[in-house]
Design a protein around this ligand. Structure first.
Ligand SMILES: NC(=O)c1ccc[n+]([C@@H]2O[C@H](COP(=O)([O-])OP(=O)(O)OC[C@H]3O[C@@H](n4cnc5c(N)ncnc54)[C@H](OP(=O)(O)O)[C@@H]3O)[C@@H](O)[C@H]2O)c1
Length: 270
């Protein structure tokens, strides 16, 4: 079984690896990939109103595997962050997903166009209506924390989804995680593979040398490293069945302390 992480203080456990849907190239491949990931135990799908065509694909997967078997996260854009617009956006997402509830609904990022309290009030209303089970935010770092902290006692914010890769792991783990964990807000990490772009040569060299030692791939070392603390769940995107299998197998070994240190060192020096 895939290790699980608790979402906030909900008691809901979710797998440490989730599959995302941003920027997919081929609709059928993405759909098959989501079904394959589900069959391997990755039942958490991350999508957003912003990811053109993705919610519809997730809707097709829901029809095939059954709503109860999936944990679905979707996101509302900040320009839809007024009370009324959040309700409309949520209804639109539900229609595209072909379901009557979302498990986790996030504010995609913060722009101050609408007061955060208003957006969170809409999330609270949607929870009472049964249209969302849990809610949270995304891309909230240190500056946004100063705003969010004023609302943590009145709103049950369960998740903050942030950029998380080998280059910024120390920042996320040492700066972001502690302040949000204080309020039982679980951190999730997106773009573990830099959205398919290459990091610096220095980082690649260290990751490749560690991968060689364990007989694993670079992507497996990355995911193993990012999931090592077992308290951040990581969202990768893949529409390739071989890659999904490879990514899941990242959980089948443990990195020695000395290799974790090597990766942390390059992260420090980047
Ligand atoms: N909240 C936010 O603002 C935010 C921002 C960005 C992303 N996200 C979420 O996080 C998800 C993941 O992030 P991402 O899509 O930006 O990028 P990512 O997961 O860092 O990278 C995706 C790229 O990595 C490739 N890949 C995956 N596994 C591989 C493997 N084993 N070997 C070689 N290549 C591999 C994929 O190609 P293949 O498809 O060919 O495998 C794709 O090109 C998104 O889909 C989205 O759901 C959220």
């Amino acid at each position: 079984m895939i290790p699980q992480v608790e979402l906030g203080d909900t008691g809901q456990k979710i797998p440490i690896l989730a599959i995302g849907t941003y920027g997919f190239k081929n609709k059928d491949a993405m759909k098959s990939a989501l079904i394959y990931a589900y069959e391997l135990g990755i039942n958490h799908i991350d999508t957003a109103e912003m990811y053109s065509g993705a919610e519809e694909i997730v809707g097709e997967v829901i029809k095939l595997v059954g709503r109860k078997n999936l944990f679905i996260t979707t996101k509302v854009l900040p320009h839809n962050g007024s009370f009324k617009k959040v309700l409309l956006a949520c209804d639109r997402s539900l229609r595209k997903l072909g379901t009557d509830y979302v498990d986790l609904y996030l504010l995609h990022f913060y722009t101050a166009q609408y007061p955060l309290e208003e957006t969170l009030s809409a999330f609270e209303y949607l929870t009472k209506e049964g249209k969302i089970r849990f809610y949270g935010v995304s891309n909230f770092e240190l500056m946004e924390y100063d705003i969010l902290k004023n609302f943590v006692s009145n709103f049950k914010i369960q998740n903050n989804q942030v950029d998380y890769n080998v280059s910024n792991a120390l920042y996320v783990e040492d700066k972001i995680l502690p302040i949000y964990s204080r309020h039982k807000i679980t951190i999730s990490g997106y773009s573990p593979f830099w959205q398919g772009r290459s990091p610096s040569r220095k980082i690649i060299d260290v990751l490749e040398s560690v991968a060689k030692k364990y007989g694993k791939t670079l992507h497996q070392v990355i995911l193993n490293f990012l999931t090592r603390t077992r308290n951040i769940f990581v969202i990768f995107k893949s529409e390739n069945i071989e890659h999904i299998k490879e990514n899941l197998d990242s959980l089948s070994f443990s990195l020695d302390q000395e290799d974790i240190k090597k990766i942390l060192d390059v992260c420090r020096k980047r």
